[in-house]
Every structure is written in structure tokens, then in C-alpha cells.
Write a protein that binds this ligand. Structure first.
Ligand SMILES: CC(C)(COP(=O)(O)OP(=O)(O)OC[C@H]1O[C@@H](n2cnc3c(N)ncnc32)[C@H](O)[C@@H]1OP(=O)(O)O)[C@@H](O)C(=O)NCCC(=O)NCCS
Length: 183
């Protein structure tokens, strides 16, 4: 494998690109301020755009690191940013990445995240040269599992009470993966 950083990717409906500082306002409005989006995420929804600005500022600084993969999802038709997909853990020894994603509720139910995830998987296998891409979701959030299935990932199993949500409650993690030779 060879790390390539967050390269710009394109699908039929989407551009996946690096965040810019000026994205913070739309990110706040379109998904980061919405508790429905963050219900199963590790971070609480942002109460103030200043929080989003600080987060985006810290992400932008990371792009010089070629092992950092974090895309904003831009809808071509509306020229609007609607969500985020990123590598949340990279294990270079076994050439594996774990993916996380989220998107504003206005765009749910149109198979947009599966489209983004498929493209990210292709990039990580074909350009970066990884062998495995994995992701997990809270068992109470099966719609995320549907995203993984639609992107060609297979369910591997459920690890009971291996997650702790931000309310201090354990949850079961459902794990999915795809291997390079399965595409
Ligand atoms: C999970 C998420 C990324 C799905 O993205 P998406 O582009 O809407 O995915 P899809 O259109 O393929 O829909 C996936 C499933 O969501 C459910 N769904 C669709 N529209 C929905 C809606 N408006 N409201 C609630 N659930 C909906 C359906 O069960 C669907 O499965 P189906 O296609 O078999 O009917 C999105 O809901 C999201 O950002 N949620 C909040 C963040 C999150 O949970 N991230 C994952 C953490 S592991």
C-alpha cells in the first residue's frame, strides 16, 4: 500500500473532496447541528457554528498528512455540501481501514451514502492499495448496515456491548467488511 491522502473523487451525483474552511456554515446548517444525524455518532450535535468552524479548521490542517482521508460530500446538482465520509482508523500493518460517515436528513433515502462509500472503497483498494475495508454500526441503527450492504460489504458478526454511546450506555456493534479480492 501507499498512502495517497484525500484525493478528489467523483460519482454520478457527487463530488468527494477535501474540506475547506468556508464549508463550516453549510456543514453546521445541513447536518452538524441536527440531533437526528448525531443520534448514533460519537459526537454531540453542534450548538453553535463556532464549534463547526473549529472542527473543520482542525481537519483542514491534517490534509498535509498522506495517511489522512476525510471527504466532504458535495451534491453536484445543488452545489451544496450534504455530509462527510472518512477513514476513522487506518491499520497499515494489515492494510485495513475503518470507515465512518454521516449526512443531513434532507438527503436520506436516495442511496447517496452507498454511492459515496462505493467510491471511497474503490479509491482505497485501487489507489491506496489496501486489502480490507471495514465499518461498524450500532445495532439500533440498521439503516447504516443497509449502506454497507449496498456498497458490497458483508456482515461479519455482532460484538455484544463493545460500544459505549455518549449517554454512557453499552451497545452491540455490527461489523461489516469487504476484501480487495471480493470486488
Ligand atoms: C445512515 C445514513 C448514512 C444512510 O444514508 P442514505 O444515503 O440515506 O442511505 P440509503 O438511501 O441507502 O438508505 C439506507 C436505509 O436507510 C433507511 N432510510 C431511508 N430513508 C430514510 C429516512 N428518510 N429516514 C429514516 N431512514 C431512512 C432505509 O432503511 C434504507 O434502507 P433501504 O434502502 O433498504 O430501504 C444516513 O441515514 C445518516 O447519515 N444517518 C446519520 C449518521 C449515521 O448514522 N451514520 C452511520 C454511523 S455507523
Amino acid at each position: 500500500m501507499q498512502n495517497k491522502g484525500t484525493g478528489t473523487l467523483e460519482t454520478d451525483r457527487l463530488i468527494l473532496r477535501r474540506f475547506r474552511l468556508e464549508d463550516a456554515e453549510q456543514m453546521f446548517k445541513n447536518w452538524a447541528s441536527d440531533g437526528r444525524v448525531t443520534e448514533f455518532l460519537t459526537w454531540p450535535s453542534h450548538g453553535d457554528v463556532e464549534v463547526t468552524k473549529a472542527v473543520v479548521g482542525s481537519w483542514v490542517k491534517n490534509y498535509s498528512d498522506m495517511a489522512y482521508y476525510n471527504w466532504v460530500i458535495e451534491l453536484k446538482s445543488a452545489k451544496e455540501i450534504i455530509g462527510n465520509i472518512s477513514v476513522i482508523k487506518l491499520d497499515e500493518k494489515i492494510e485495513a481501514a475503518e470507515i465512518g460517515y454521516c449526512m443531513g436528513t434532507n438527503w436520506w433515502g436516495q442511496s447517496i451514502m452507498p454511492e459515496a462509500l462505493k467510491e471511497v472503497i474503490a479509491y482505497l483498494f485501487d489507489e491506496v492499495g489496501l486489502n480490507r475495508v471495514e465499518a461498524s454500526h450500532d445495532s439500533n441503527n440498521p439503516k447504516s448496515g443497509r449502506v454497507m450492504e449496498k456498497a458490497g460489504m458483508k456482515q461479519e458478526g455482532i460484538l455484544r456491548e463493545t460500544g459505549l454511546n455518549r449517554h454512557g450506555i453499552y451497545y452491540d456493534k455490527v461489523w461489516y467488511s469487504i476484501l480487495r479480492n471480493e470486488r
